[in-house]
Structures are given as structure tokens and as C-alpha cells.
Design a protein around this ligand. Structure first.
Ligand SMILES: Nc1ncnc2c1ncn2[C@@H]1O[C@H](COP(=O)(O)OP(=O)(O)OP(=O)(O)O)[C@@H](O)[C@H]1O
Length: 330
């Protein structure tokens, strides 16, 4: 029997209409995610990863933002929710963690007060019960001396501790889905690894689904079951981590992998993808990657590639994968 996915996103388009230009940040993204599954969204800066993630809980500035398509999370039709229903869904069903924890915390309250407040607001429990839960959460995210740390203001904690406290806040109401927007990028390498391991362990223990945005392929491989490679607002390749890693289908994915491999072998970036991602206010016609692609041919400049499945879980958008018009049908 097919179970319903926890997340189902269809034809998601997000545009920012500014007086100067219309920015096509997300262009026809489709994906679904099962309970307990981890998807990493991977791509260079400015390709629409954060906007995709934020649109899932409508965390985009409402003015001048146009969102089209459908987003269903745990049975909620997210784009149709009232502000009150949306507030109920955030925290309880879906939570988000950020690169910079100060985004999640209010500097004038202690971290303990903020976690207790979140629990009381969502679950109508007593303060005493909420405080005991906050303590347990600090244990869960491995913060030593939890009682003392709960009484600290956000700025009094170190970067790594603040990140752990934000994860505790995000988990306060036991969400079924955690959205993570480059949560380790700002940390130094050792702390980064500790936080990644913690997130993976928590995700497995709590059976929580997670969507993890990163520009680091090593991080994606470390945390995810599935990968979505994003370029110019589109998912250009999706698949299980090992499939994408072993058999990249899209030239962009192959380029990302090649630059990572050459960097790790020689300590320097030997093979980068030439050029830079297109301006999302002026997307080229045809395939958006064509201007940087070593396999480009004339049709790529005219025709936008469809998503071609080469297996039950692996697909990509590249004309090289489409049967050529001259191939007789079998
Ligand atoms: N509120 C906004 N108004 C106008 N443009 C925006 C807004 N938010 C994002 N954008 C634009 O949307 C595009 C996609 O941004 P997004 O932050 O999703 O990229 P990203 O892939 O997450 O990159 P990074 O890794 O640098 O965060 C960018 O061109 C960005 O400038």
C-alpha cells in the first residue's frame, strides 16, 4: 500500500517583483518526502535553495512575492492556511533552523524563557512541565550544565552552544519535519562536524523528516538519504545519495562532484565549473546551464529540458538524456 508523503510540492514557482526586475527564484520545483526521510538540497549560492525552503512555511516577505503551485505538509494545504493556522503548523508540525541562531532567538529573553514560552504556547502545559521539557531538550542536544545554560541570554553562549540551543528550540514541540538552512556553515570545522552528527542522530532517534540546504556536497552526503541538485531555481537532478554520487546524470552535478574530488585530493580546486549561475532576473531561454556546459549543443539553447527518469528514484533535466528525435520508437 502506498503511504501518503509527509511533504508534497508541485509546480512551485516563486517570483520577487521589484521595481527594477522580476526575479525568478524558484521555477517549477516538484518533490515529495516521506516521514523520517532526509533530503539535501545542494547548489551554488543564489540558485533558490533558501527561498524554496522558506516558501514551505511561508517565511517570505509577503509584499512583492508571488508564490504559485501547491505545497502540502502533513495534510495541510500550506498556501491556503490562515495566519492563525499557519502559526499552529509552525513549530508543531514543521520547525526551521538557520545559519545564524540569533535569527531564531530574541536577544532580550533568556534561551530558557524562549523555549518554555514556545512549549506553553503550543501545548498549553504548565510552566513547570515546560521547564522540565526544556531541561530534557538541552540534555538531548548535549548542552552541559543545562540549568545554568537555560538561564543564559543568547549572546552569552558560544557559537556552537547557541546552535545547539536553537536546535532545542526547534525540537521543543516535536515537529515531524525539520527545515535546516545551512545550519553549520558559519561554524568552524570541528564544531560543524559535531552539529552535523548531532542533527543526524536526533533525526534518527526522533524519526523526524528533514530538508537540509547546503552548498557543500560532503555535508549533503553525510546527512541525507536523497539529494536534489538545484540550479537557477530548478531541481536539475534528484536521486538517492549513492545514485547521484556514483552516477551523476546532469553535467552540473558532475561538475560539482569533480570540483569536490579534486579539491580533496590536492587541497585546491582543480576543476571548477567555468562561469557563474545566471541572473535570475534574466534567465536564458532553453537550458539555464547551457552557457556553462561542456556538452552544449544547439538544441540546448532553444529547448528547456524535461525531467527524465532513468530509474524509480533517479532523474535529471538534461537534453542528453532525452531520446533524440531521430531515434525510431521501440
Ligand atoms: N526578499 C527577496 N526579494 C528579492 N529577491 C530575493 C529575496 N529573497 C531572495 N531573493 C533572490 O532570490 C534568489 C535566490 O536566493 P536564495 O537565497 O534562495 O539562494 P540560495 O541558493 O539559498 O543562495 P545562498 O546559498 O547564497 O543562500 C537570489 O537571486 C536572491 O537575491
Amino acid at each position: 500500500m502506498m503511504t501518503k508523503p509527509l511533504v508534497d510540492v508541485r509546480h512551485l514557482n516563486v517570483r520577487f517583483v521589484t521595481p527594477e526586475a522580476t526575479i525568478h527564484a524558484v521555477n517549477g520545483v516538484d518533490f515529495s518526502l516521506a516521514e523520517g526521510e532526509v533530503l539535501a538540497v545542494l547548489g551554488e549560492s543564489g540558485c533558490g535553495k533558501s527561498v524554496t525552503l522558506r516558501s514551505l512555511i511561508r517565511l517570505l516577505p509577503p509584499r512583492r512575492t508571488q508564490v504559485e503551485g501547491s505545497i502540502r505538509i502533513a495534510g495541510h494545504d500550506v498556501l491556503a492556511l490562515s495566519p492563525r493556522e499557519l502559526a499552529g503548523m509552525r513549530g508543531r508540525t514543521v520547525s526551521m533552523i538557520f545559519q545564524e541562531p540569533m535569527v531564531a532567538f530574541d536577544p532580550v529573553f533568556t534561551v530558557g524563557q524562549q523555549i518554555v514560552e514556545t512549549i506553553v504556547r503550543h501545548e498549553q502545559t504548565s510552566r513547570q512541565t515546560a521547564h522540565a521539557r526544556a531541561r530534557d531538550l538541552f540534555d538531548l542536544v548535549q548542552i552541559p550544565s543545562p540549568q545554568r545554560r537555560l538561564r543564559a541570554y543568547p549572546h552569552e553562549l558560544s557559537g556552537g552552544m547557541r546552535q545547539r540551543a536553537m536546535i532545542a528550540l526547534a525540537l521543543a514541540c516535536r515537529p515531524r519535519l525539520l527545515l535546516a538552512d545551512e545550519p553549520t556553515t558559519a561554524l568552524d570545522a570541528t564544531v560543524q562536524i559535531q552539529i552535523l552528527l548531532l542533527l543526524r542522530q536526533l533525526q534518527q532517534e526522533l524519526g523526524m523528516a528533514m530538508i537540509f540546504v547546503t552548498h557543500d556536497i560532503g555535508v549533503a552526503v553525510e546527512v541525507a538519504d536523497r539529494l536534489a541538485v538545484m540550479y537557477a531555481g530548478r531541481f536539475v537532478e534528484t536521486g538517492l545519495v549513492r545514485e547521484v554520487f556514483r552516477t551523476p546524470l546532469h553535467p552540473y552535478t558532475a561538475g560539482l562532484l569533480a570540483s569536490t574530488v579534486s579539491r580533496s585530493k590536492r587541497g585546491e580546486l582543480l576543476e571548477t565549473i567555468p562561469g557563474s549561475p545566471p541572473d535570475l532576473a534574466m534567465l536564458p531561454s532553453g537550458c539555464s546551464f547551457a552557457p556553462r556546459c561542456r556538452h552544449v549543443s544547439d538544441p540546448c539553447l532553444a529547448q528547456s529540458p524535461a525531467d527524465v527518469a532513468i530509474g524509480p528514484t533517479h532523474s535529471a533535466r538534461c537534453l542528453l538524456l532525452e531520446p533524440s528525435p531521430s531515434t525510431p520508437p521501440t
